[in-house]
Design a protein around this ligand. Structure first.
Ligand code: RP5
Length: 165
């Protein structure tokens, strides 16, 4: 049972963020990291957000990935209420193409950190990888799997160069 307890939480401000945040989950699936996913809105369900953040550590979570768009206060507000590492993913917004999401997540005042990724799908992918990387500091199996992943990326570059000739 304990082995399958979620180590990572992937939370998002709206179901509309899923198209982005699924890229984080795909990475966690690839590395077989147990995770949970949930829509938690900072402004629509503030009490749920507080409860989730306060209970996260005692629930066995080790890393929280939080994606949001627009006035994207979810990652910062969760980080304010837990000392677990929080990775913020700025979701691309319609109005401002994600600039609003990026700036509202990345500019945390000193004292309450949020590790902010790139905007959109790449950011979500990297959030998943960063969570795996954090877990790999105490998990040799994950450290080896991450090295294999990097080796695959390298091989793909070498192959594409061979095809260019
Ligand atoms: C934020 O507002 C969400 O994170 C989402 O990116 C954005 C738009 O939400 P919906 O109007 O699609 O529910 O809270």
């Amino acid at each position: 049972m304990t082995a399958n307890k979620p180590q990572v939480a992937v939370i998002m401000g709206s179901a509309s963020d899923w198209e982005t945040m699924r890229h984080a989950c795909e990475m966690l699936d690839r590395f077989e990291v147990p995770y949970m996913k949930q829509v938690i809105s900072a402004h629509r369900t503030p009490e749920l957000m507080g409860q989730f953040a306060h209970e996260a550590r005692e629930n066995g979570l080790k890393v929280i990935i939080a994606g949001a768009g627009g006035a994207a206060h979810l990652p910062g507000m969760v980080a304010a209420q837990t000392t677990l590492p929080v990775i913020g993913v700025p979701v691309r917004s319609h109005a401002l193409s994600g600039w609003d999401s990026l700036l509202s997540i990345v500019q945390m005042p000193g004292g309450i950190p949020v590790a902010t990724t790139a905007v959109g799908n790449s950011g979500a992918t990297n959030a998943g990888l960063l969570a795996v990387s954090i877990l790999s500091t105490t998990d040799k199996h994950l450290a080896d799997a991450l090295q294999e992943y990097r080796d695959e990326l390298k091989k793909k570059v070498e192959q594409s160069n061979a095809e260019l000739i």
